[in-house]
Design a protein around this ligand. Structure first.
Ligand code: NAD
Length: 318
């Protein structure tokens, strides 16, 4: 059975997900280029790998949770990467690689192809008749940092069923719903579509609440109306952008420690690029890309994207 887990990328999401794997009793080897993030996980009982290659050499399964496509390429295909060579023909120990980052589906396919060209270092240990080489799953998530913390994430999975079956114990320790979307890259497609809708919804809720405030309505009352009416959505009832409406979310702590606006801009850009390739019309996506980019220009790059409420609409909270 697969029981030694590697985890690379201990940021806002990854640190919380890795903590849940530790709580579930898995042996965990971690790596992040941010030393403080590694130290925090070591204090909770994780072991350290100096680089992705060292993590892989000690793990049956490696999970990655990185910002964007170049980081994923680097961690898998770079000189000290999981596959140890840019050609991906090396012998590796992990039988299963799980990338939970949100990235370009084309990069997922490229990395998956390299993973499939690699060989298991100890074939006798892992291979059954269905499994002839290491496999990669794309498993981007939704649910935000609250979902990561409470292990209630949704995983959108692309890749082979045999790999998903093997991944279930690990995914179940970090989330509550696992949806197989199809072949390699289709988890990423599902995620990009979800985040396109989220980016637009958050802007819509922020805009409408800012209007309500200007017109003199209490925003706790107005948010409550949304939440029992037709404007209800995750951005109103779980991740409300107005400081003071909900507790324990970024809006209530100066928009820190959530989903960085620069990452949302990355996701909208990926959706627009994919749409262009597919000939899809995305007018609202283009508009919100402009709005979130303006926030970055205004210095909000690392703030949670719900800060669109104060940055674009000038809201002051409740
Ligand atoms: P983050 O920026 O907080 O964390 C990323 C971590 O990866 C950092 O600790 C960074 O040091 C590390 N890292 C980057 N490159 C590395 C490398 N080459 N080697 C080792 N470590 C490296 O990002 P996050 O908010 O945790 O998001 C991670 C992914 O999950 C992103 O793709 C994001 O789009 C997606 N996501 C985030 C949220 C959210 O609410 N934050 C929700 C759903 C999905």
């Amino acid at each position: 059975t697969l029981k030694n887990v590697g985890f690379i990328g201990l940021g806002n999401m990854g640190a919380r997900m890795a903590s849940n794997l530790l709580s579930a009793g898995f042996r965990l080897v971690v790596h992040d280029r941010n030393v403080a993030a590694v130290d925090e996980m070591k204090a909770k009982g994780a072991l350290e790998g100096r680089d992705p290659e060292e993590v892989a050499s000690q793990s049956d399964v490696v999970i990655t949770m990185l910002p964007s496509s170049p980081n994923v390429e680097d961690v898998y295909l770079g000189p000290s990467g999981i596959l140890r060579s840019t050609h991906g023909y090396s012998n590796v120990r992990p039988v299963l690689l799980i990338d939970a980052s949100t990235i370009d589906p084309m990069t997922t396919k490229k990395v998956a192809a390299a993973v499939q060209r690699s060989k298991l270092a100890d074939e006798s240990k892992y291979l059954d008749s269905r499994w002839h080489h290491p496999l990669l799953l794309d498993t981007p998530v939704s649910g935000g940092i609250v979902g990561a913390e409470k292990a209630t994430l949704t995983f959108m999975v692309g890749g082979e069923t045999v790999a998903l079956d093997a991944a279930r114990p690990f995914l179940s320790a970090m989330g509550k719903s696992i949806v197989h979307c199809g072949s390699t890259g289709s988890g990423q497609v599902a995620k990009l579509c979800n985040n396109l809708a989220l980016a637009i919804e958050m802007a819509a809720v922020a805009e409408a609440l800012a209007l309500g405030q200007k017109l003199g309505v209490d925003l706790r009352v107005l948010s409550g109306i949304f939440n029992t009416s037709s404007a209800r959505c995750w951005s109103s009832d779980t991740y409300n952008p107005v400081p003071g409406v909900l507790e324990n979310i970024p809006a209530s702590r100066g928009y820190g420690g959530g989903f960085a606006t620069r990452l949302m801009v990355k996701d909208i850009s990926l959706a627009l690029a994919a749409g262009k390739e597919a000939g899809a019309v995305i007018p609202l996506g283009a508009k919100v890309l402009e709005l979130y980019t303006r926030m970055i220009d205004g210095g909000a790059s690392s703030k949670d994207f719900s800060a669109i409420y104060e940055h674009i609409y000038g809201g002051a909270g409740v």
